[in-house]
Design a protein around this ligand. Structure first.
Ligand SMILES: [Zn+2]
Ligand SMILES: [Zn+2]
Length: 367
């Protein structure tokens, strides 16, 4: 079929090149001279959206592709985009495994966001699956919660080269070290610095409170710190919200996400007049975060998982109907009705933020 190299071979080749380039760049890297080799490597991987080195895959439980070309902004991507409510899209998954490009009758795991499908064996071979997470994926991929592939799991991969550069500069100025966990103090300190940079005045009390809530949302298991991939995803979606016009964000939605948004809107628009109440629109922001949780001990319930977000235990997998009903039952009358366009505009960042598999909520909607 004219395919000279399988995707796996390509990946291996690129990996080899990347290692070589890494060595070449080691002397002339853009980072500060006093940085250690390990730290420099971490910055470079961050810049390239590159995964961890093979030997690190054993301990790091992350899904980042080994070689990744960052997206570029299309020329007119801020122009209005017409996502039709009436025109439903039929979402068809790929037929062949994304990694080995082989079609087999055996079960493939679909991504809940894009159309890619995977063999679990292939995921494991690429280091995207650790032994302990294999069961989780096989269990989650076919439930309503679903599973995001390694491309969709990492919100940082949505950033262009320029956006990534800007984020790295901010992290550097705020003395954030890549690949490390952040405590609440670290997080607040960082947020204060970023705020001061942008607005040239200190953060108000209410904003600090919101930042604290965001920290809890990123630490659903109450470990007292947030993991690096969760922090990176959070900062990436924040930056996208800041730098990109709404229409550009809308273009990032996949067919599956557009369909989910349509279904949510149509369920809320009971009388079919094309408008829903503003309060319902706001509540929908919470509803996107249907996170998969490990066996849930009762102590695992955190503030961020109360309400529509707790929609994740296997027992409740069929209850999205009831969730829609609770949304419908309350506050039917509202001053300013929201149409489909407004609904998409208000929700797009939250739909994107809900992509990662991690139980963390990467963009906490205001209460
Ligand atoms: Zn495969
Ligand atoms: Zn995907």
């Amino acid at each position: 079929m004219g395919v000279l190299m399988s995707r796996r071979q390509t990946v291996e080749k690129v990996q080899k090149q990347a290692v070589q380039e890494g060595e070449d760049e080691a002397a002339a890297g853009p980072s500060q001279p006093q940085e250690s080799g390990a730290s420099k490597a971490a910055w470079e991987r961050l810049r390239d959206g590159r995964g961890v080195e093979p030997e690190e895959l054993e301990r790091a439980n992350r899904f980042t592709p080994p070689a990744f070309i960052r997206p570029t902004r299309e020329l007119h991507d801020d122009e209005p985009l017409d996502i039709s409510l009436e025109h439903r899209e039929q979402v068809v998954n790929d037929e062949m495994c994304e990694i080995c490009e082989v079609w087999t009758a055996e079960s493939l795991f679909p991504c809940r966001i894009c159309s890619r499908v995977y063999h679990d064996g292939c995921l494991r071979r690429m280091g995207y699956l650790q032994n302990d997470s294999a069961v989780e994926v096989t269990e989650t991929a076919h439930t309503e919660t679903g599973w995001s592939c390694n491309y969709c799991d990492n919100l940082n991969l949505l950033l262009t080269e320029e956006e990534m550069y800007s984020l790295m500069e901010t992290l550097r100025q705020c003395k954030i070290i890549p690949d490390t966990c952040l405590t609440l103090d670290d997080f607040l300190h960082y947020k204060h610095l970023v705020h001061k940079q942008q607005f040239e005045k200190p953060m108000a009390e209410a904003q600090e409170e919101q930042a604290t809530l965001q920290f809890s949302a990123l630490d659903p298991e109450k470990k007292g710190h947030i993991e690096w991939p969760d922090f990176l995803s959070h900062e990436s979606i924040q930056l996208l919200q800041k730098l990109r016009p709404q229409n550009s964000l809308l273009r990032l939605l996949t067919a599956k996400e557009r369909e989910r948004a349509r279904a949510a809107f149509l369920a809320l628009d009971q009388d079919g007049d094309g408008f829903i109440a503003e309060s319902e629109c706001r509540k929908a922001r919470h509803a996107w975060f249907r996170k998969h949780q490990k066996e849930t001990p009762s102590c695992n319930v955190s503030i961020s998982h109360v309400g529509p977000m707790s929609e994740s235990s296997p027992a409740s997998s069929g209850s999205s109907k009831s969730q829609e009903k609770t949304l419908l039952a309350t506050e039917q009358e509202e001053a300013r009705p929201v149409d489909w366009r407004g609904f998409l505009r208000d929700n797009v960042a939250y739909i994107l933020a809900a992509r990662p598999n991690s139980a963390a909520v990467h963009l906490k909607p205001p209460a």
